[in-house]
Design a binder for this molecule. Structure first.
Ligand code: NAG
Ligand code: NAG
Ligand code: NAG
Ligand code: NAG
Ligand code: NAG
Ligand code: NAG
Length: 401
């Protein structure tokens, strides 16, 4: 009888092993997210029609794949990064994929850190030339009178939080690699973060807007845009993903800017100001954040997934590296609660070995009236790379916390 029972249990065990390997799902969410993106050909330096495309989303995924490669040693990730970049960088080092320096866009520069990484890994001149081409945009890129890079030539005098993640991680990584003692460059990078912070920070509650002390999406230094507030020209709402980009930029730039440069302390102060406010802005039940953070709970508002993943990455990295102290454990507890909500609600097993990622808003542009109605009216996408790559990043942090 006993043997029969043991045999039966062995059978159950073997059956469960078989079932789990049949639906092979990596035990790491970071690996699952990355492998799913790769299986779908996302972030590979090509657009949906197979034409070369320089895209910040690809740069964001490449950053995650690089971290995964360093952690796992799995060369699949490295090869995917390199293939993606080789789709947009010609053998002479010129950058294709729709890049044009004279449009003064910060977005494409987000692929620049990958050029630098590949140069470091291969010593191939073409990657250095590609990085130089991006770096040469800065001297011609228009700025506000205070010195902020315009978000794009078509958005004169506007600073958007998004642009800090897109442009300044590249600026910092380039400076670190080729001009480590160029204090003019370190000063300039610090200025970009500071101007954005000073000109967008919410100083008080306004009618129908909860006080969060966080950063509005952007500002127009010329006050000429429809959405520009008389107070510093800032836009009307705090949009989750813009602040998500900015917070990721802070923790990533802090790892690059030398501690000996005063900018390091400036960025630390900004991060230490924002982190407790990001934690305080969580929805108490779910533990995640509203799309429009200034109007929690208002009809039409919802919990958005890309911004949540970006915050979780930033909070966990900030504590892990020691940029902020978490003496009562509240920051990590908050990030972990949010992470749990993310995997319970936004990760769906696709059934073919890949996962789907839900609820990432397609865009949030200040080429609009920047109103509440605008932000909540933008559709969400399944497997939007901006959110999926952020989830890979959040998982990389979560799995080592
Ligand atoms: C590396 O990752 C790929 C998927 O991206 C996977 O198919 C492969 O088995 C992994 N290799 C190792 C050695 O883990
Ligand atoms: C790149 O060049 C440096 C200096 O010339 C050398 O030390 C390094 O080993 C090279 N790396 C590779 C991957 O070839
Ligand atoms: C370049 O790569 C080497 C070895 O992988 C590493 O030690 C070094 O920090 C890298 N340099 C930069 C600027 O990333
Ligand atoms: C240092 O950085 C500044 C600002 O980006 C730039 O104008 C200058 O050319 C750089 N200097 C050197 C020596 O590379
Ligand atoms: C930002 O604001 C702080 C505090 O008011 C001030 O000390 C700093 O000079 C400002 N920085 C810039 C670049 O405007
Ligand atoms: C505040 O919200 C209420 C209810 O949604 C609305 O009737 C009112 O017009 C709003 N006030 C402002 C200043 O937006």
């Amino acid at each position: 009888m006993m043997f029969v029972l043991l045999d039966f249990m062995l059978l159950l065990f073997l059956a469960s092993v078989f079932v789990s390997s049949a639906c092979a799902r990596p035990s790491s969410y970071a690996v699952w997210a990355a492998d799913s993106a790769i299986a779908r050909g996302q972030g590979n330096g090509l657009d949906d029609n197979g034409n070369p495309l320089v895209s910040y989303e690809h740069g964001e995924l490449q950053w995650a794949l690089r971290l995964l490669y360093e952690q796992t040693g799995n060369k699949t990730y490295y090869d995917y990064i390199k293939t993606g970049v080789d789709n947009v960088v010609a053998s002479d080092g010129s950058v294709g994929g729709g890049y044009s320096a004279t449009q003064f866009q910060l977005d494409p520069l987000r692929v620049g850190p990958t050029f630098l990484y590949l140069y470091n890994q291969t010593n191939q001149t073409k990657y250095r030339k590609a990085a130089d081409e991006f770096r040469n945009q800065f001297p011609i890129h228009s700025r506000t009178a205070q010195g902020q890079f315009w978000h794009k030539k078509i958005y004169p005098n506007q600073g958007w939080l998004d642009g800090i993640y897109m442009g300044d991680i590249f600026y910092a990584a380039y400076t670190q690699m080729f001009q480590p003692t160029n204090n003019t460059a370190w000063d300039d990078i610090t200025l970009q973060f500071t101007l954005m912070f000073n000109n967008t920070i919410q100083n008080s509650a306004t009618p129908n807007h909860t006080f969060t002390g966080l950063l509005y999406h952007g500002y127009d230094y010329s006050h000429s845009t429809i959405w520009a507030d008389p107070d510093r020209g800032h836009s009307p709402e705090i949009w989750i993903r813009a602040l998500g980009w900015y917070s990721m930029a802070l923790v990533d730039a802090l790892a690059i800017i030398p501690t000996s440069h005063p900018g390091h302390a400036v960025l630390l102060n900004i991060l230490r100001t924002l982190v407790p406010r990001i934690v305080a802005a969580t929805d108490p039940t779910s533990g995640v954040w509203w799309l429009v953070m200034t109007q929690p709970g208002r009809a039409g508002n919802y919990f958005e997934s890309s911004g949540a993943a970006m915050f979780v990455y930033s909070l966990l990295k900030a504590v892990r590296v020691g940029y902020v102290t978490d003496s009562d454990g509240k920051i990590v507890a908050s990030a972990k609660k949010a992470y749990q909500y993310m995997v319970d609600n936004w990760v769906v097993d696709h059934g073919d070995g890949t996962m789907d990622w839900k609820n990432t808003v397609q865009v949030g542009s200040l080429n609009t009236d920047g109103s509440y109605a605008y932000y909540i009216g933008v559709p969400t996408d399944l497997n939007d790379l901006k959110g999926l790559a952020a989830f890979a990043l959040a998982s990389i942090e979560y799995e080592q916390s």
